[in-house]
Design a protein around this ligand. Structure first.
Ligand code: NOJ
Length: 514
């Protein structure tokens, strides 16, 4: 386990939209460098940056054309290496986004693979052996290449699946995971990882980490075998390199070799119910003031998984990401303050999606670069009240996506000045987290009070007690499980401890020393 992960608080950057340093309307590496002190000032000491490689951008860069070359629009390889250096100068770390399951259909490997003549890349992707054979149960494309066969897709049409093999191959065209061609794919992935690690990157967020080995790898033993092998390389040669998986299944991802896994937003799961539950046509999210949900709807699922992996890795909570509708679409600022305070005092590495710290809004926009409904969560960062909210000096029409120009659009500069702002809640809670061993990723968690029919809840981490009442009504908590409070370190709203009872005003949160 890389040592730095124990107290890493991440900030996710969608590079297109963070900061444009050269006035061409799109964010870039130099822009990110300009804003590193802002990120550090929030209390974050680590970054995950979405794909920044050469790409035709049919899926915002998750369709990689050349893994070893940066997209010109963000800057050169040298600029990225300078970003690594600037990050390290500030005692921070940075993860690149690794896309192992597919490439762009414009990647050189695929251009070779689709040729009729056999060559070194013929089996780099998954092809059936005839144009009229479809790979059962998998998405595929037929009729587009000189080669006689159909090829498997991993996601969009532009993303052919790389070949890591089949767990139980039963057709002549299906390779086993130890077949030389599949090992070659795996080695090519390791080579890409070494390329960036050798240049100063601190690890990777791994896209669709569970998607490598195809049918019938339902239990993911085949995919896990690939990751264990990759982790071995890291442990031997890059012990401080970190891996976080987009998997949403820590019981499998962590034993497979990942240091961290995300709790992702899937409709109806515990994470979704925290902030985004509108499944019955009304907002019934746990942190919505007027919902009737108990925190147990989150905790039951979270604790089960957390308990299984807590000795070996981290289960990470995110404010959102480039694939989710921003939480501010469902929750108002008071509600966001509470849910952030909660997430930032939980175990595992917290991830803040750029702009969520100021409650940037979801915008209704036409799709851009394969974003569809996700596009509205990818708009330019709102820095201040200057042109384009300080994102870029380009003309408004030249921007990657429009800036939120609504009159009350939040900005970082505006919120810095307001001591009650969402931004300052994030900063204050992170100051406490960063200053307390008990709030670090691996420190213990115990739920002390949570009831199906009540909204208020309490949890303990080491010598600290957190209490929260997300509802619009006052609440009180008492019982043998609740220790006597000592010094109150932080509070939102009205919270008190009187005669052995915790008394919580509507929408309140507090951290007490015991
Ligand atoms: C998950 C990424 O987060 C998403 O943005 C992308 O479209 C797909 N994987 C495909 O790579």
């Amino acid at each position: 386990m890389p040592k730095w992960l124990k107290d890493a608080v991440f900030y996710e950057i969608y590079p297109q939209s963070f900061k444009d340093s050269n006035g061409d309307g799109i964010g870039d590496f130099n822009g990110i460098i300009e804003k590193l002190d802002y990120i550090k000032g929030l209390g974050c000491n680590a970054i995950w940056m979405n794909p920044c490689y050469d790409s035709p951008f049919s899926d915002a860069g998750y369709d990689v054309r050349d893994y070893k070359k940066t997209a010109a629009r963000y800057g050169s390889n040298e600029d990225l290496i300078r970003l690594f250096d600037e990050v390290h100068k500030r005692d921070m770390h940075i993860l690149l986004d690794l896309v192992p399951g597919h490439t762009s259909e414009e990647h050189e490997w695929f251009i070779e693979s689709r040729k009729a003549e056999k060559n070194a890349y013929s089996d780099r992707y998954i092809w059936t052996d005839s144009w009229f054979h479809s790979p059962e149960g998998l998405n595929y494309v037929a009729g587009e290449s000189p080669r006689n066969g159909t090829y498997v897709l991993n996601f969009f049409k532009c993303q052919p699946a790389l070949n890591y093999g089949f767990l139980h191959p039963d057709k002549p065209w299906q390779k086993g995971i130890s077949d030389a061609a599949c090992i070659a794919t795996r080695e090519a992935l390791k080579d890409i990882m070494r390329f960036w690690l050798d240049r100063g990157c601190d690890g990777f967020r791994v896209d669709m980490a569970d998607s490598l080995v195809k049918k019938d790898d339902e239990k993911k033993s085949g995919t896990s075998e690939v990751w264990k092998d990759i982790r071995k390389m890291l442990d031997e040669s890059y012990p401080e390199a970190a891996l976080v998986s987009e998997w949403n299944n820590p019981q499998i991802a962590i034993p497979a070799g990942f240091h961290m896994d995300f709790f992702l937003d899937w409709v109806g799961n515990g994470y979704n119910l925290l902030m985004r539950d509108v499944s019955d046509g009304k907002n019934n999210s746990i942190f919505h003031k007027d919902s009737d949900r108990s925190i147990l709807d989150f905790m039951d699922e979270y604790m089960e998984k957390y308990e299984k992996i807590k000795e070996q890795g981290y289960y990470c909570l995110i404010t959102g990401n480039h694939d989710t509708i921003r939480a501010s679409y469902y929750l108002n600022v008071s509600e966001l303050k509470l849910v952030y305070a909660f997430m930032l005092t939980m175990p595992g590495n917290p991830f803040i999606y750029y702009g969520d710290e100021i409650g940037m809004r979801y915008m209704q926009l036409e799709t851009k670069e394969g974003g569809y409904t996700r596009t509205g969560s990818r708009t330019p960062m709102q820095w201040d009240d200057t042109k384009n909210h300080g994102f870029s000096t380009a003309a408004a029409e030249a921007l990657y996506l429009p800036v939120d120009l609504s009159e009350d659009a939040p900005t970082a500069a505006g919120q810095e000045k307001d001591k009650d702002s969402l931004l300052n809640v994030v900063k204050d809670v992170l100051t406490i987290r960063n200053g307390n061993e008990d709030l670090k990723e691996n420190a213990n968690l115990e739920i002390l009070y949570a009831k199906r029919e009540e909204r208020a809840f309490a949890y303990r981490r080491g010598n600290l007690l957190m209490v929260c009442n997300p509802s619009g009504q006052d609440a009180a908590m008492e019982g043998k499980t609740l220790p006597t409070a000592g010094e109150k370190l932080y509070q939102i709203g009205e919270v008190d401890h009187q005669n052995g009872k915790y008394v919580l005003g509507e929408q309140s949160f507090a951290i007490w020393k015991l």
